[in-house]
Design a protein around this ligand. Structure first.
Ligand code: AHM
Ligand code: MG
Length: 354
């Protein structure tokens, strides 16, 4: 029998590589795993508990929040507000950074999270996920500030996601490879099931909302035809898979090889950036892909080098096997110079529309 490695043991083993570590970071990851177990419990019994369906409130993007979004958002906050490990939090569901309540001490990390990504899929029983990212505090003073949150992905201390699917899995990286754990519901533990994940070759899938092709730029259309084996040099076409639940689409391609993209478009020249959120989705998944030997780009360059200016900034995302993503960049560079200009101006602007 192979050794049973719980997530706690794995995180502790990784900590041993840093003799100066205080254990704060280790405990933070463990708290996230605990929050994930509670969210998993609620998502799997959502229909029974009668909490399916939407609330009346809207989030900052004008989307109706699902009840489970609100629940997941609260659980993650409550698990982490009092531990003295964080100086601030930020959630896709909140307009501003979330302060640590003044009666609790503050710590040296920042937690960013998308509590329940793909929530429009909840009502039809499709897998959803939680995405998280951890930055180190960089500002002076006891409490976290916006500049602690608005750091590029290349500064991330850790990132991961939880997928609530046919089983619950937690996948994370601290910059030492990507590791996946499956929740054993009978004992309530995440057990190491996918050590050292590498995006395999050859890739199998491309994943994009092809219903939006009408809005795409020429380069993105050419890239897609290349993936389909139409415009290429005789390579076999990839199969198309798109669930519309980012964590699920990303996870499949991470394990089986392929490319996920949510491109920018020119349907409105002042909104060339697509749908994905840089701080809550793109950075974390980009870091994981990078650590698994893949690559994530906004169509121009690595998403990890983007200096964010706004908490709810958006970015196009092409992520998966490196050579596929580089091919997307090449098509965009060749055909979409107008878009590159428009998106580059948005990305670098200090004041951005959301
Ligand atoms: P959400 O964070 O509001 O749940 O939205 C993000 C979701 C992703 O999970 C998914 O990849 C994308 O929206 C699907 O968008 P579309 O329906 O435009 O293809
Ligand atoms: Mg999301």
């Amino acid at each position: 029998m192979t050794a049973l490695v719980t997530i706690e043991r794995h995180i502790l083993d990784q900590q041993k590589r840093y003799p100066q570590a205080t254990g704060s970071f280790t405990s933070l990851l463990y708290d996230i795993a605990l929050a994930a177990k509670i969210i998993a419990r609620e998502t799997t019994r959502a229909g029974l508990a009668g909490i399916l369906g939407a609330t009346d409130s809207e989030n900052v993007y004008g989307e109706r929040q699902q009840k489970l979004d609100v629940f997941a958002d609260n659980i993650i906050f409550k698990m982490n507000d009092h531990t003295q490990r964080l100086c601030a939090m930020a959630s896709e569901e909140h307009d501003d950074i979330i302060a640590i309540p003044p009666h609790y001490g503050a710590g040296k990390y920042v937690l960013l999270y998308d509590p329940l990504d793909g929530s429009s899929n909840i009502d039809v029983n499709v897998s959803v996920g939680t995405i998280f990212a951890i930055h180190r505090k960089i500002s002076r003073g006891a409490r976290g500030r916006i500049e602690d949150v608005l750091q590029p992905g290349s500064s991330l201390a850790a990132a991961g996601y939880v997928i609530y699917g046919s089983s619950t899995m937690l996948v994370y990286t601290t910059g030492q490879g990507v590791h996946g754990f499956t929740l054993d519901p009978s004992v309530g533990e995440f057990l190491l099931s996918h050590p050292d994940i590498r995006i395999p070759e050859p890739p199998v899938y491309y994943s994009v909302n092809q219903g939006h092709e009408k809005y795409w730029t020429h380069g993105v259309r050419r890239f897609t035809r290349w993936l389909q084996g139409i415009d290429g040099e005789g390579q076999a076409p990839l199969s198309q898979r798109y669930i519309g639940s980012l964590v699920t689409d990303f996870h499949r391609n991470l394990l089986q090889g392929g490319v996920f993209y949510y491109p920018g478009d020119m349907r409105s020249p002042d909104k060339p950036y697509g749908k994905m959120r840089l701080m809550f989705e793109v950075q974390a998944l980009g870091f994981i892909a990078d650590q698994a030997g893949g690559y994530a780009s906004d169509g121009i360059g690595s998403v990890l080098t983007i200096q964010p200016h706004h908490l709810h900034q958006r970015a196009p995302m092409f992520v998966g096997n490196r050579w596929l993503v580089e091919q997307a960049e090449a098509f965009i560079h060749q055909h979409d110079q107008d878009w590159v200009k428009a998106y580059g101006a948005y990305r670098d602007a200090k004041r951005q529309p959301v």
